[in-house]
Design a protein around this ligand. Structure first.
Ligand code: ADP
Ligand code: MG
Ligand code: MG
Length: 244
């Protein structure tokens, strides 16, 4: 069934039009990839789907499970099951990873999370991500390496159990082992009841995630959609062939 539908979306950031009539439909259980040159508007699309108020909808609509969420605030979208892992995760002072994720889980699920069962599940997920348990007690991203920040985002995904996960260059700056651990964890999380939307410049993570659809975003629009074979075509020829 249809999970996300973006229709004729135009987005302006600080008065400049970045997305110029973008259409995208994602069904439950699917994995989609967005590729495109730097500055094409990929992260802008994710921010718009998440409801970041800096990204202003000037035309078009966003539907989630058939409901119009175009004007919905971020917290409502998170409660509906939308999650975004940031390209550049920010540090949060004074709150531990465990409390941060437990609060987020209580908020999105509407159910107070009891400490011990939550901790047990958190530690199991950390083990899968090969993160030392001591990270749970550290302040969010404070002094974390790039790889540790990204693993923390994936840990959050595992615990929040979103219906739609958006991963913005989650693989950039990771070493080969970390890319494998992160992709294995996302693959394990992915099933027929949730959907994954990925931005990446590297094909390695895609070998693990096995996308159903690949979209090329150029100058604020999706100009081509294909299957995974499109990845090799892009790697061989670049984006010039798709530019208008
Ligand atoms: P991509 O992720 O495809 O590399 P982005 O969506 O990040 O591209 O950026 C697209 C364009 O929008 C760029 O010109 C960028 O400078 C601009 N832009 C995106 N976000 C912001 C922002 N928060 N403030 C100002 N400009 C932005
Ligand atoms: Mg799948
Ligand atoms: Mg980006």
């Amino acid at each position: 069934s249809e999970l996300l539908r973006v229709e004729g979306l135009h987005i302006a950031v600080e008065g400049k039009e970045i997305l110029k009539g973008l259409d995208l439909t994602i069904n439950t259980g699917e994995t989609h990839v967005i590729m495109g040159s730097n500055g094409a508007g990929k992260s802008t699309l994710f921010n718009a789907i998440m409801g970041n108020p800096k990204y202003v909808v000037t035309a078009g609509k966003i539907f989630f499970e058939g409901k119009d969420i175009t004007e919905a605030p971020v917290n409502e979208r998170a409660k509906a099951g939308i999650f975004m892992a940031f390209q550049q995760p920010i540090a949060v002072q004074g709150i531990s990873v465990e409390n941060f994720i437990r609060n987020a889980k209580s908020t999105v699920s509407g159910q107070q999370q009891r400490i011990m069962p939550f901790r047990k599940k958190l530690h199991a997920q950390m083990e899968q991500l090969k993160m030392d348990k001591s990270y749970a007690e550290r302040y969010v991203n404070d002094g974390f390496s790039g790889g540790e920040r990204k693993k923390t985002e994936i840990l959050q995904m595992c615990m929040l159990e979103p219906k739609l996960t958006m991963l913005d260059e989650i693989d950039s700056g990771l070493d080969v082992d970390a890319v494998r651990i992160v992709s294995d964890t996302v693959s394990k999380y992915h099933n027929e009841n949730n959907s994954i939307l990925v931005i990446t410049h590297h094909s390695e993570i895609l070998q693990h995630l096995k996308p159903d659809f690949v979209h090329i975003l150029i100058d604020g629009k999706i100009v081509k959609t294909g299957d995974a074979s499109l990845i090799q075509a892009i790697e061989a020829n670049g984006y010039d062939a798709y530019k208008g």
